[in-house]
Design a protein around this ligand. Structure first.
Ligand code: NOJ
Length: 570
């Protein structure tokens, strides 16, 4: 009997993910085991004890598949093999088994909006006579233009990491679509053979024992009619926005669910969805529709930018941030489910972005940000290092950056006349490289990450900020995360309670209740580096309230210290 595919035997009872906490691993930066400076699968296995001590239920593993690494593995050339950089399939099987032994589940990253241009499917697709031609989007040059010349691309769409979303292929004289980069051609989901090939691959992973899928940019798979019809394309400005939430998205997701047995096997499914609104999430996560369990919204991480341009920095007042999270809590209160995150491999570090990473306030602000997020309703995601308050890195010169997105932005913006100073300011605030510095395990030279030369320099603050120090300090950010995870596991109100935002306009306090049956929990959090008096108006009476978890010793004071938070049972 295949126990992996049997939900009960695999330890996946109905709705198990509603009380789970997920930990994201970005393999290249997590733990190196062979001294080549790049994190790998055996390195992850060697750190499972740490994850068990933290108390998380699930690992989301960012891609370890075979890949030319144009986008650090989000460009896959073989979905059914492991890149030698990270180890072997046997290493992955061993990781899954060792995780399961500790009661930790493992969710794979599923990147099927696009493949690598080195994938066999795409190699065949380059031949116009091949049946695989239609597996990707091939289009002729703009009418009246000489193919391959500047401006002859089928339309003006930019790729996320390259000047154009269209790449010219001289052999056939046509262009293919790659809305991230030329190394990441978009799959044509209109073609049912594409869909069946993806589902077969997913079933293969389910049989191998994985517990679910995090689905990369999954709301981009259904392309708009102007692309699927194959006719001329309206010149667009920014391809991502145009291709999000297409007309057949729900149909494809429901078909995938059915064909792979996602619900049947009680797998965790989370769809990354840039540009998804709460209305889209309501549909996609409504259990009656059998699409996905939850989605990653981008709304809250796009609030500190102007419009769609992440590099155009904007101030983010607290009422805007908490109001946005509250709108998702309200929108998914009846059916559906939220995912809760600040950090991942694409975002700057939360404590530097939303908190205060100065030595004076780093620990308290990391704890309080976590208190707030983990007390919302939904499934919390922790990104490696967040659990002990890793900060942004001191990246001040363009030579410090490695990420394809950052380098592309620098090239395009400086060529368009934006000053070097302004470009570097935006990169210092938003580059994905901040999330990708190696995990700071200890205070030794390479932070315990590698015995070789790390692929990306370790943040110099690892002498102060590291997992080892945090584990041995009962007042650390790590200890606080452990308590938050235990609280989620043990308290039904934290899991299922109805959310209500209080004092929505207060620009220092983030405060809300969670109610379930007879129990009401109140969270009061000072999200500022100044003390704040707890108002008597607009909050329930606090006398007699029981403190479940606080960041500071004097939990009865009527003034909250900078970045102090309390979870109270009323
Ligand atoms: C979203 C992933 O999180 C990001 O890292 C990647 O570059 C793009 N999708 C393209 O796969």
């Amino acid at each position: 009997m295949n126990t992996a595919a049997n939900p009960e035997l695999a330890g996946r009872p109905d709705g198990w993910w509603r009380s789970a906490v997920v930990y994201q691993i970005y393999p290249r930066s997590f733990q190196d085991s062979n001294g080549d400076g790049v994190g790998d699968i055996p390195g992850i296995t060697s750190r499972l004890e740490y994850l068990a001590e933290l108390g998380v239920d699930v690992i989301w593993l960012s891609p370890v598949y075979r890949s030319p690494q144009v986008d650090n593995g989000y460009d896959i050339s073989d979905y059914q093999d492991v890149d030698p950089l990270f180890g072997t399939l046997a290493d992955l099987d061993a990781l899954i088994a060792a995780a399961h032994q500790r009661g930790i589940k493992l969710v794979m990253d599923l990147v099927v909006n696009h493949t690598s241009d080195q994938h066999a499917w795409f190699a065949q697709s380059r031949d116009p006579a091949s049946a695989k031609r239609d597996w990707y989007f091939w289009r002729p040059a703009r009418p009246g233009c000489e193919p391959g010349t500047p401006g002859a691309e089928p339309d003006d769409s930019h790729a996320a990491f390259a000047p154009s979303a269209w790449t010219y292929d001289p052999a056939s004289g046509e262009y293919y679509l790659g809305i991230f980069s030329p190394g990441q051609p978009d799959l044509n989901w209109e073609n049912k053979d594409v869909r069946q090939a993806v589902y077969a691959m997913m079933r293969w992973w389910v049989d191998r024992g994985v517990d679910g899928f995090r689905m990369d940019v999954i709301n981009l798979i259904s392309k708009p009619a102007e692309l699927t019809a194959g006719g001329p394309i309206e010149p667009g400005q920014g391809s991502l926005r145009r291709v999000a939430n297409g007309p057949r998205l729900d149909e494809f997701l429901a078909e995938m669910n059915r064909e792979v047995g996602l619900d049947e096997h009680n797998l965790l499914t989370v769809g990354e969805m840039p540009g998804a609104t709460v209305e889209v999430a309501q549909r996609v996560t409504d259990p009656a529709r059998h699409e996905l369990n939850m989605v990653f919204t981008f709304e809250h991480v796009n609030l500190d930018q102007v419009g769609w341009n992440k590099w155009d920095l904007a101030d983010l007042p607290l009422p805007v941030l908490k109001g946005n999270l509250a709108s998702w809590q309200d929108g998914l209160a009846e059916a559906g489910w939220n995912s809760l995150y600040y950090d991942n491999h694409d975002q700057p570090r939360a404590v530097s972005r939303f908190g205060d990473d100065s030595p004076e306030h780093r620990v308290d602000s990391a704890k309080t940000l976590a208190t707030v997020l983990h007390l919302h309703k939904g499934t919390p995601y922790i990104y490696q290092g967040e659990e002990f308050g890793m900060t942004n890195a001191p990246l001040t010169r363009i030579e410090h950056y490695l990420d394809v997105e950052s380098l592309n932005y620098h090239a395009l913006a400086t060529a368009a006349g934006v000053s070097e100073e302004q470009v570097l300011r935006s990169l210092a605030a938003k580059s994905r490289d901040h999330a990708r510095t190696p995990v700071q395990w200890d205070a030794t030279d390479n932070a315990g990450f590698t015995t070789g030369t790390p692929w990306m320099p370790v943040n110099p603050n690892h002498d102060q900020i590291n997992a080892d120090a945090a584990r041995h300090d009962p007042d650390s950010v790590f200890a606080h995360f452990q308590k938050l995870i235990r609280l989620r596991h043990s308290n039904e109100t934290v899991q299922e309670g109805r959310f209500q935002l209080l004092l929505p306009d207060h620009d220092q306090l983030w405060t809300f209740t969670r109610t379930h049956g007879d129990e009401t929990l109140l969270v009061v959090a000072n999200c500022s580096s100044e003390p704040v008096e707890i108002p008597t108006d607009g909050l329930p009476r606090l006398d007699g309230a029981e403190l479940l978890l606080g960041t500071h010793p004097d939990a009865a004071a009527t003034t909250l210290a900078p970045w102090e938070s309390r979870i109270l049972r009323l």
